[in-house]
Structures are given as structure tokens and as C-alpha cells.
Design a protein. Structure first.
Length: 397
């Protein structure tokens, strides 16, 4: 059974990544200077998939407008999940678009083509009803654990409560075409239809192959994870910009002043500009049309499209959304902090600040480590930002 169609599950919001996901789904957040979903599509195309079916939902237009009808000459078909009712429900929406056995991946995790190839090969060679990638991981409790016996799946634990498990479900699957009937027959839990529930039911009566994989596998669960994602992408050179020198990637359309310093690893996207005396890097990623002014310091930071950082500012351990404006002399010192996400506090995380889409900091604004600023917030000259700042808030000095 040859696997040539990939279904990409990209319908969810990523609520734990708010405020960055207020205006776009998690798969469209930056992995260095490109959306996470671009990296996923690259892995699938490099693995030989000749058709991509993308399940979209939350802010679906952000995905469809970005990719259009094809990616690297491979056709992309979109199907809608109108309500986010679980991963199984998402896959079920692709039923009419798939002819033959599908390969299925999550659209919000960075993976390598070798992992996709291994799962497809394991499925085709051994002929099970399903195959899935499994990896060793120190935190199985966060991703869901699996138990194998002679490489066959015997148990899948969605939320393990003990630390005895070392293998996780890596979210790359190959299925027989009957998977859609199997999902439809799976009882819902709390109103949702989880793909892992269907796989667990399959494993009770049929062979489900566990394919052990190694390689890049990175997930962004919380805002500070985007710094880890960027660091991983840069370390592996997974950028689509020509390397100017080792560890320094600058797009041909970018402008870097002769008196600016780029410290590797660093990537500078198209139409971006870096002024004199600026120091950018290490572990810095600049997206499309980013402006870094004179004598600015940008370190361990992701600046998304159309961000502007004016003269003399310092950004460390920072993630910005799109169209963010940081005025002159503003400072995000970076470092460790206790970060509040919703009603939960995560202690000792390395995060300077998150500035969501269209945030404006007029100038001489200072940020406590761990600050999260919602979209369209306005921080006036000399303001001090701390904690969670709501969408559209005005912060005065």
C-alpha cells in the first residue's frame, strides 16, 4: 500500500500560546523566520508526498492566504473543521479529499522528512492497519506515552500521571483507508473525538506498528517555547536564506549596515534592514520587512514580520508578533521569570517579553521579565510593563 497523500491537521488555535494566537493559528507562528507549518510542509514534500490535504479551522484564512493552491509545486487542498472537536474529528473532515491510505501529521510541530519516510516505509513494509512514529522523550506526560511489544503498539496513554514512560507518540501516522470508518465508530469523550482513542481501539484487535524515530522534533506549547524552536531551527540551518558566512543567513533583499554586527546563529529575512552599530544575535531571527535601528541590541529574540525596533533599544529573550513597534530606548532585559499564562503560573522560565501583533511601545518603555502584552496594546513613553497586559490596553507612565 503506497502512501503518497499527507493530511496535515492545522485547525487548532493553540490557546496556551496566547496572546500570540489571538489573530492566527499556532501553525502560523514563527519557527525562526518562517511559519511552523512551512517547515512541516517541507518535511512532507522532501519525504515524497505528492499531495497535501490541510485541515484548517481557527483563522483558516491565515493558512490559505499564505500557501495558496500549491506548495513547492505540490497541490494543497483545504478542508474545514468548523468546530474544533478533537484530532479524530479533524481527520474525519478530510475523508472526501483522500483516495487511498493517508499519512497524517500535526501541523504545529517541527519534524524531519526522515521521520515521515520511516513511518511510511514501516506501514508499507509490514502492512499493519496503522503505523505511528514513537520517540524517546524525557517528558512523556506532556505529549502522551506509548508502550511497545516487539515494535507493536500495546498501549497508548494520552496523559500519563507517572514518570515510568520513556516513549512518546510523535504525531506522525500512516493509516489504512479504513481509518475513517474506525474514527466514525469511536465513541466521543467529553464531546470530542480523539485520534488516539481510535488508535487504542485498533491496537486491541489489529496490528499497530510503532516506528522508532530520531531527529528534530520540536513543539511550541507556551510562548517561551518559540525561543527554543528558533534556536533549534538556527542550529540545524533550517532556513530558506542563503548563508553569508557560517551561521549567518541574510536574504539577498535585506540591508545590513557595514557598522552593524551579526553574531551567529542569526537569520535576517527579506526586505529587512539593520542600522549602524546594531548588534543582532546570537539566536536571533528576523522575519519579513523587519527594521532594527541604530545601536539596537537584539539577542535570543524572534522578530516577526513588519516589526520595528528603534534606536538604542535592547531586546533579549523576546518574541514579537507582526507589525510591532518598539520605540527608541526601550528595554527588555531578558532572563528567568515566573510567567503567568491564563490562570497558571510557570516558574523560572527564560522569557523577556512577548509583544503580540500591533503592539506599540512609544519609547523608553521598560519590561519586567515574563511580561505578556496582548494585541494592539499601547505602551506610552516611559511606561513600565509587567505581568499580563490585556488586548488593546493603554499603559501610561
Amino acid at each position: 500500500m503506497s502512501v503518497s497523500t499527507a493530511v496535515v491537521l492545522a485547525a487548532g488555535e493553540g490557546t496556551r500560546l496566547r496572546p500570540l494566537t489571538r489573530n492566527r493559528p499556532k501553525p502560523m507562528l514563527p519557527a525562526a523566520n518562517r511559519p511552523i507549518l512551512e517547515h512541516v510542509f517541507d518535511a512532507l514534500v522532501d519525504a515524497g508526498m505528492d499531495e497535501l490535504v490541510c485541515v484548517v479551522g481557527y483563522k483558516h484564512d491565515r493558512v490559505q492566504d499564505h500557501f495558496g493552491p500549491s506548495y513547492r509545486d505540490v497541490p494543497v487542498q483545504y478542508v474545514r473543521q468548523h468546530k474544533q472537536l478533537g484530532s479524530g474529528h479533524a481527520l474525519l473532515q478530510a475523508r472526501a479529499a483522500v483516495d487511498g491510505p493517508p499519512l497524517v501529521v500535526n501541523g504545529d510541530r517541527l519534524i524531519e522528512s526522515s521521520m515521515v519516510e520511516a513511518v511510511a516505509e514501516g506501514f508499507e513494509r509490514h502492512g499493519p492497519s496503522a503505523a505511528l512514529a514513537v520517540m524517546e522523550h524525557p517528558d512523556a506526560g506532556q505529549y502522551g506515552a506509548v508502550v511497545l511489544e516487539n515494535e507493536d503498539l500495546t498501549e497508548i496513554i494520552e496523559k500519563p500521571t507517572t514518570g515510568e514512560y520513556r516513549l512518546i507518540n510523535a504525531g506522525i501516522y500512516a493509516f489504512d483507508a479504513s481509518i475513517f470508518d474506525e474514527i466514525a465508530d469511536t465513541p466521543r469523550s467529553a464531546g470530542e473525538l480523539a485520534l488516539t482513542d481510535t488508535i487504542a481501539r485498533l491496537a486491541e484487535r489489529e496490528q499497530v506498528r510503532g516506528v522508532r524515530c530520531e531527529g528534530m522534533w520540536v513543539d511550541a506549547t507556551y510562548p517561551w517555547d518559540l525561543l527554543t524552536v528558533a534556536r533549534t531551527v538556527l542550529a540545524r540551518g533550517k532556513v530558506d536564506v542563503t548563508e553569508r558566512e557560517e551561521g549567518v543567513w541574510v536574504h539577498a533583499d535585506a540591508r545590513v549596515h557595514d557598522d552593524a554586527t551579526l553574531r551567529p546563529p542569526v537569520v535576517v529575512g527579506p526586505d529587512s534592514e539593520i542600522g549602524p552599530g546594531a548588534v543582532v544575535g546570537p539566536d536571533a531571527a528576523l522575519g519579513y520587512n523587519v527594521t532594527v535601528g541604530a545601536n539596537v541590541t537584539v539577542e535570543r529574540t524572534v522578530l516577526d514580520a513588519d516589526a520595528r525596533v528603534d534606536a538604542g533599544s535592547v531586546l533579549v529573550d523576546t518574541v514579537t508578533g507582526q507589525d510591532v513597534d518598539v520605540g527608541a530606548g526601550s528595554v527588555v532585559p531578558g532572563g528567568q521569570a515566573d510567567v503567568r499564562v491564563g490562570n497558571e503560573v510557570f516558574e523560572d522560565q527564560r522569557l523577556g517579553a512577548v509583544l503580540a501583533d500591533r503592539v506599540t511601545a512609544e519609547g523608553d518603555v521598560s519590561f519586567d521579565p515574563g511580561t505578556l502584552v496582548g494585541p494592539s496594546a499601547h505602551l506610552h513613553t516611559g511606561a513600565h510593563a509587567r505581568g499580563q497586559i490585556p488586548d488593546g490596553a493603554e499603559v501610561m507612565r
